[in-house]
Design a protein around this ligand. Sequence first.
Ligand SMILES: Cc1cc2nc3c(=O)[nH]c(=O)nc-3n(C[C@H](O)[C@H](O)[C@H](O)COP(=O)(O)OP(=O)(O)OC[C@H]3O[C@@H](n4cnc5c(N)ncnc54)[C@H](O)[C@@H]3O)c2cc1C
Length: 372
Amino acid sequence: MRAVVIGGGIVGLTSGLALRRAGIDVVIHEQAPELRAAGAGLGLWANALAVFDDLGVGDRVRAIGKPGEMYFHDAAGRLLETPEFGVEDHRFLLVHRAKLTDLLADAVGRENLRLATGFAGYEEHADHVGVRLTDGSEENADVLVGADGAYSAVRGQLVPGTPVQEHLGHHAWRAVIPDPGLALTEDRLILGAHGCRGGYVRTHDGHVYWLVNQFDAPEPAGTLKQQALDRVAHLEDGGNSGVLAELIAATPEDRILHNRIMLVPPLPHWVSARVVLAGDAAHAMSPHITAGATLGIEDAALLGRLLTPAGDVPAALAAYEADRIPRYARVAELSAAVEHAPTPRQFARHYAAFSHWMMTPAHAATENPVQA
Ligand SMILES: Cc1cc2nc3c(=O)[nH]c(=O)nc-3n(C[C@H](O)[C@H](O)[C@H](O)COP(=O)(O)OP(=O)(O)OC[C@H]3O[C@@H](n4cnc5c(N)ncnc54)[C@H](O)[C@@H]3O)c2cc1C
């Protein structure tokens, strides 16, 4: 059995690794000339770590990560308690995206990666799929995995009319920097006013990852640093004299990443007989639940379990879709409850409810434990 994976992001690489572990030949095509890991820090939840354990790289992933706990505070510095949930619902591992990408590429085997070869189209046949690439070459495979992100060209052909949509007014600013002498002893995640969330988390190598998000943001103006600082007044009652403000002020402008948030609409199908979507290609979502990569890693693991060297590809992909579409319908509901929570306290509770649900085995995870 041979698989072509499009996209060398976290989900494409994890898919490649899972399929190789299942005994399937894999080639991953990445359009960029090198593996780029846009972004900064990435929070991985227990279900992603369980996948990496199964794939034999869990210890290596933990070695590049720093364990943390996702508890929120309000702008006055008060802890927003979530007594319905245990500490295990808050635990995550913070990794640097570039390091995770490198680790996964090594685990897949660099010889199985083709850089600077983009996806151009596919032709599906009863017993194989032909994949055309932008360098003019073609590949035949038993299965094509589209892990090419929110703007997925594979999705464009598999599910036409589903272009990525902007989550209007939702912006994110973030950076990883060396600790500028603040000698931070704790992490801090803050839910503030005017739809602002932010905070800072120390990384395993003594750097600091800071982030600021805003829903319903006015159109940003000025430098990226100024845009982030403008939001800090809603996050730290001390205005621009708090730790977050100091971290942003100490960040060179060219190290600040700014994203408009892009969403993939709910899809009527994720697969055909021999083509399947995984990760953001299928379900790019708002990062306010910090779970897009974790859920994409689950997709990859499921593909690795269902596809077997001598197996029936259409049946495996149908089983994958039957599992994933209902799970993501629930993700969308719980995520919306977080996004539309009227107060920081309720945001914190719905957030913990989402994490709890996401990390509970699927058969037990039908209810949202938040009653309010
Ligand atoms: C601000 C922000 C913070 C976030 N924080 C978290 C977090 O803490 N935890 C978490 O779990 N998730 C988080 N997410 C979500 C997470 O970043 C994504 O869900 C995850 O990176 C998706 O991975 P992917 O491999 O599916 O897609 P991508 O990372 O987009 O990778 C797709 C790859 O495909 C390649 N590609 C695209 N088109 C083609 C083509 N035609 N041919 C070949 N290659 C192609 C691209 O170059 C890219 O390398 C966050 C997102 C944002 C915006």
